[in-house]
Design a protein around this ligand. Sequence first.
Ligand SMILES: Nc1nc2c(ncn2[C@@H]2O[C@H](COP(=O)(O)OP(=O)(O)OP(=O)(O)O)[C@@H](O)[C@H]2O)c(=O)[nH]1
Ligand SMILES: [Mg+2]
Length: 449
Amino acid sequence: MMNPNDTIVACTTPSGYSSIAVIRVSGGQAVTLLHKIFKSTQLNGEYSSHHVYHGHVVDPETNEVVDTALAVLFKSPNSYTGEDVVEISCHGNPLIVDRVVRTLNALGGRTAQRGEFTRRALINGKIDLIQAEAVLDTVNATCEQARRLAILQYEGKLSERIYDIRSKIIDSLFLVEAEIDFPEDEDIEYDPATIKNNLRTTVDEIDELLSGAAVGVKIKSGYRILITGRANVGKSTLFNRLVGCERAIVHEKPGTTRDYIEEDVQMRDIHVLLYDTAGMLSKATGPDEIAQQRTKALIHDADLVLMMFDGSEPMNEEDIFLYNLVKHKPKLLVVNKIDLNVRLTNESILSDSIKISAKTGKNISTLQRAVRDALLPHNFGGDVIITRHRHIDTLNRARACLIEAKNAPTIETMAYEMHCALNEIGELTGKTLRKEILDRIFEEFCIGK
Ligand SMILES: Nc1nc2c(ncn2[C@@H]2O[C@H](COP(=O)(O)OP(=O)(O)OP(=O)(O)O)[C@@H](O)[C@H]2O)c(=O)[nH]1
Ligand SMILES: [Mg+2]
């Protein structure tokens, strides 16, 4: 069992060899442990908070110098966890890290569980649950946009919006409950129409937050982009160009790619899972037929399709067949091989196409920009956006309670539904802490965070 009063210890930097590793200690014994394990070359008396001290990590059993290091003390409450925190920066050798952690363990520091430092920050009111989740998102962000959204949430911008919604519900509930308790009191400004209007406005605010959520979730998880086209149009050549290495086999013989390949790619400031697929042949049999069934399934799940044509050849029935297959998908039409003589003409289909040469790299940056613009709203940026299914689900439940409150047959039911909405909001910010929810969230963290 995890004891919240223990002093906890963990290496906060990745395991392996590095120039430095940071070992963090948090809890009531942190300063005592610092005195026992670290001999500063500069210290006169007590450690000052937020100062860096040069010195040696020493094994108190043997007085052996384990490493030369730097130590910083963050006195409670001005620390990450809100408790006394010590950070020792030693050399990034697993032997040293292990020895320091074991020595701290022997002196009474317990090895921290996953996310336990952040969990303590939450319990001690340094951050709320949205910010705690944002810590994880900041560490795991795979693209510039995901990093930006995570930092906004860690800085409390999403929480501010949620607290604003919460205080509006509380203001209305105050009047509703006053009316229930003191129906004769004429000083109470209870007006059912105004309350209903306030509830409507609050629902609108929730809707506004929810409206950006699908984009937020995608930015965090990554968009699925599929390259398709008939055999030999240059799909694998484009795939390799966008991935930045010779990942897929390219060959002049049609039907080279059979098993689809996927790779993580940065498309400007967003993270994309890019798929290279088998080319569509008009008469596919055997393995080709299976490959094409897979391509069709991938098309179904894709957020964006790059439909390629060979610019050096006239359009044929396979192009048209495939074009009809992706007609209703979000897509960009890409005409390849423009370094050769252009023989492709079909203005009705290709008027909006992007003309590239996957082989020479011509107009690839234009294509990357077009992909980014196709995925994100034109004026995207700056806003607070929801990026987690937990937030979407909780806000949807709070919203449903507010609608019930607005349509409630009695004032008591209205009050009850408003309380339910507040509970949901509390679950979102962590005000109502449910152990199983916290366990699930912090299970995703690494040890040391
Ligand atoms: N000139 C020229 N040739 C290209 C270009 N892109 C691809 N090719 C050539 O076209 C041939 C087919 O390229 P791939 O990338 O294998 O085509 P694919 O669409 O993946 O083909 P399948 O996997 O068979 O469906 C190769 O010989 C490439 O070198 C281009 O932009 N210009
Ligand atoms: Mg290929």
